[in-house]
Write a protein that binds this ligand. Structure first.
Ligand code: ZN
Length: 339
């Protein structure tokens, strides 16, 4: 009954890239790299199917990083002269490329991996793209002079790629917006406006993922400063409930988000994070079922999709695979508790 899915990214095998890193170096180049990306995509599709997930992804095996993987295909961006920038409101420093001129797509961004994934699974396929606000927060702007203008410019490019992904046979297109939990005040205005621009003309399911980040140390430290109750969602959910986005993916497992905030998303599908990506400890299926049970007090069963809190890119492969299995087993237990 519950359709299970994941936020998006999965760990890259050691023969594809450095492991347990957010910006890993590829192991190969040229054709050998393409082959390795293809193999890793197939491997994870099989793992997801074996775990029993209903909606699978390419595991983001073909992109180095969830934002920069998109930027690499954009003209007007200088990757040669990266600059150090504090991102997510200076939570951590990253070496980011610079916008140096009008941006446009050089061509397709994710055709290769989307088409491989589509050709090798009959399951529903979700594809993730970085959201406009999060892109703007992960690149240095030396041209547009306004975060809002830059977000709208990126939204147009995202829309172009999203329409092409839909034509490739993708069933769900998700925009990842961890920046929504940082720049809450801008979400109801240019945050949602840029998302709407990004989904223009799409007839497939659309989603936005908002989280407290990967399980990296900077995020763990940041969460420790957020107090007993994390209420960031309270500021952004009403705007998303009123938006044209179909699904909202959020963090619930081991988080201090008050459960009742999920009630602010009435009318939307809610992808409830029941797997903690900041811990290598694999949840028991019973723990997963308990988290689903808590969410069920605020989200109708037919709107609830058990999911991971966030991407699993920087984790170990074995742990990620075990967590996917726990997710599905937990969903089955939650169903049995309903009847
Ligand atoms: Zn996330």
């Amino acid at each position: 009954m519950f359709k299970t899915t994941l936020a998006g990214s999965l760990p890259k095998p050691g023969w594809l890239a450095e492991t347990q890193k957010l910006w890993p170096q590829w192991r190969e180049q040229g054709d050998a790299l393409r082959q390795a990306k293809r193999d890793a995509t197939l491997l994870w599709i099989k793992e997801q199917e074996d775990a029993g997930l209903d909606i699978v992804t390419d595991g983001e095996q073909s992109r180095q990083h969830f934002v920069h993987g998109f930027l690499e295909a954009v003209e007007g961006i200088d990757f040669e002269h990266k600059v150090k920038m504090g991102i997510r409101d200076n939570r951590y420093d990253a070496m980011v490329p610079q916008v140096v001129g009008p941006i446009r797509l050089k061509g397709r961004v994710h055709a290769f991996e989307a088409q491989i994934a589509r050709a090798h699974t009959a399951k529903k396929l979700k594809f993730t793209l970085p959201g406009p606000m999060t892109i703007v927060d992960t690149v240095a702007d030396a041209y547009y002079g306004s975060r809002e203008k830059l977000a709208m410019a990126f939204a147009e490019l995202l829309n172009q790629e999203a329409l092409a992904l839909q034509a490739d046979g993708v069933d769900v297109i998700q925009f990842d917006e961890p920046a929504y939990n940082v720049f809450m005040a801008h979400v109801p205005t240019w945050g949602v406006a840029s998302l709407h621009r990004a989904i223009e003309g799409l007839t497939c399911t659309t989603a936005v993922h908002i989280c407290y980040g990967y399980g990296i140390q900077a995020n763990v430290d940041w969460k420790a400063t957020l107090g007993e109750e994390w209420r960031q969602y309270e500021a952004v959910f009403p705007a998303l409930a009123a938006s044209r986005i179909d699904q909202i993916s959020l963090e619930c497992a081991n988080s201090r988000v008050p459960d009742h905030l999920l009630g602010l998303l009435a009318g939307k599908d809610v992808l409830v994070g029941v797997i903690d990506v900041a811990s290598e400890v694999v949840e028991t299926p019973e723990q997963v079922a308990d988290t689903i049970g808590r969410a069920l007090r605020y989200v109708p069963a037919n709107r609830l999709f058990p999911c991971t809190n966030c991407g699993m890119a920087p984790m170990s492969r074995e742990v990620a695979a075990a967590k996917l299995r726990a997710l599905v087993e937990g969903a089955r237990i939650a169903e049995s508790r309903l009847v």
